[in-house]
Design a protein around this ligand. Sequence first.
Ligand code: HEM
Length: 199
Amino acid sequence: MTLNGWRLIALVASIILLLLAAAAGWTAGTAEAARMVIRWTARLSLILFLMAFTASAMVRLAPGAYTIWQRRNRRYLGLSFALSHFVHLGAILTLASVDPDLFWKLTNLVTILAGGLAYVFIAAMAASSFDRIAAAMGGRLWRGVHRFGAWYIYISFIFTFGKRAVMDAAYLPAMVLIAAALFVRLLAYVQTSRSRVTG
Ligand code: HEM
């Protein structure tokens, strides 16, 4: 597969640009356009995040061309997720400025605080994906930020998609993907623990 590294990020950036262009051409500067970008970046972010989140587990469970590609590009999948999710944030800020009443109808202070913390992790994880910053942090801190951050973001997706899924069945496929990712990680964990005991 030739879609590796920065090329992968370029592809994700192009998808986001197309999304923004569609929003601009359709109802530029309106709350509806901002909401469209918020929703579609959240969905793109979920896919990219889960691909990074399951990369090691997938290659352990089913080594093959695709899973090796996924593991090799884990860093770039994570950076693509960060890019998509910062566009989510940009569209949220746009919505807050073009229609503050609607913004407060769609969100609340708890979401802003919990979501804000998720953004702190996303920024820290993205910055420390670069070798120099990773080296300056040291292995223990790097692992701590990435492990805790990944689980915090995973749980954020459970809440953000979950609260919509209970009201709208169209969100169920997202919940299935979220559950499947946990299953894959647990299966890989059990398999590794077993091979450690028997090996
Ligand atoms: C300060 C932080 C955040 C704020 C203020 C915020 C705000 C919003 C708002 C207002 C919507 C509704 C858009 C609409 O219905 O038209 C939305 C949708 C969504 N957000 Fe965020 N968000 C934040 C962070 C996050 C984070 C960290 C995640 C996940 C890790 C996330 C995931 C989602 C999802 C899954 C949707 C639903 C997308 C859909 O309808 O398909 N958000 N957000």
